[in-house]
Design a protein around this ligand. Structure first.
Ligand code: PXP
Length: 244
C-alpha cells in the first residue's frame, strides 16, 4: 500500500503571516488523520518560518499517526529530534534564502559526516530518511551510510509539468523510476515528495517501489476551495487509482 504523509507546514505559514493562533497546524493534523492520511509531516526550519518548536511539542502529544520530522543536519535539530524521538526524521538540505527545499542532499559528498550525524537518531529509534535527487551516486551513498529510507525529490518533475515541458518532465519521471528501482534493490524504503498536485501525483504513485508520498503545499492551497478533508480524500483516491 502507498502511504500518504500530509505536510502541514503551510497552515503555519498562514498563521505566522498575522501572528494569530489560527489556523492551528495541530488542528489541521487531526483533521488529516480523520480524512485518511497515513502520517503527518512537519519541517522545523532553522529560521522557524512556519512550524515552531511549540508546534512540534503539541504534534508529538496530540497525534495518533506517526510524525515525520523534516530538518536540516544541524546540531540544534539533532538535539530536538533526540528529545522527541519521532517515528521518522527526514534530513533535508536547507538554505536560508530559498523559498522551498530546492534540491536533494549531497550524501555522496558528505558521507562520513552524515553517517556520524544519523547514527544517534537511528539508535534513538527514529527511522532516518534522506531527501535526495535520483542520481545513482546519491542513492548508493544513502544505502552505504545506513539510512532506512530515501525520499526522492519530485520538484523538477512537477515544475516541468507546470511549465509545459513534457519531454523534460518525462525524462525526469523516467529517472525517478530508475532511482526508485535502484534504491529498493539496495534495501532502502523509498518515498517521494515535493510539489505534487492532483495532476502530477498519478505517474509518481504508479511507480511500484514508492511506499510513501509526502504532500503539503498543494493540499493546503486546495483546501481553500474544497476543504482539507476533501483535498486529502481526492489525493488518496488518485494515488489508489494509479496503483490499480
Ligand atoms: N518532502 C520533503 C522532504 C519536503 O521538504 C517537502 C516540503 O517541505 C515535501 C515533501 C512536501 O512538498 P510540498 O509542500 O511541495 O508538497
Amino acid at each position: 500500500m502507498l502511504r500518504l504523509g500530509v505536510n502541514i507546514d503551510h497552515v503555519a505559514t498562514i498563521r505566522n503571516a498575522r501572528g494569530t493562533p489560527w489556523p492551528d497546524p495541530v488542528r489541521a493534523a487531526k483533521l488529516a488523520e480523520d480524512a485518511g492520511a497515513d502520517g503527518i509531516t512537519a519541517h522545523l526550519r532553522e529560521d522557524r518560518r512556519h512550524i515552531s518548536d511549540t508546534d512540534i511539542d503539541k504534534l508529538m502529544a496530540a497525534l495518533r499517526l506517526p510524525l515525520n520530522l523534516e530538518m536540516a543536519a544541524t546540531a540544534e535539530m539533532q538535539t530536538i529530534a533526540l528529545r522527541h524521538r519521532p517515528h521518522a526524521v527526514c534530513i533535508v538540505p536547507e538554505k536560508r534564502e530559498e523559498r522551498t527545499t530546492e534540491g536533494g542532499l549531497d550524501v555522496a559528498g558528505n558521507e562520513a559526516a552524515l553517517a556520524r550525524y544519523i547514527a544517534p537518531l537511528r539508535d534513538a529509534g527514529s527511522r532516518v530518511s534522506l531527501f535526495i535527487g535520483h542520481e545513482p551516486a546519491q542513492i548508493r551513498a544513502a544505502a552505504r551510510i545506513g539510512a532506512a529510507v530515501v525520499e526522492l525529490h519530485t520538484g523538477a518533475y512537477c515544475d516541468f509539468d507546470t511549465e509545459g515541458r513534457p519531454a523534460e518532465r518525462d525524462a525526469e519521471l523516467a529517472a525517478l523510476r530508475d532511482g526508485a528501482a535502484l534504491a529498493a534493490s539496495l534495501g532502502l524504503e523509498v518515498h517521494a515528495g515535493h510539489g505534487l498536485t492532483f495532476d502530477t501525483v498519478g505517474p509518481i504513485a504508479a511507480i511500484p517501489e514508492f511506499m510513501e508520498l509526502n504532500i503539503g503545499h498543494f493540499l493546503i492551497a486546495e483546501s481553500v476551495f474544497i476543504g482539507l478533508d476533501k483535498a486529502i480524500q481526492e489525493m488518496r483516491r488518485r494515488m489508489d487509482a494509479a496503483r490499480t
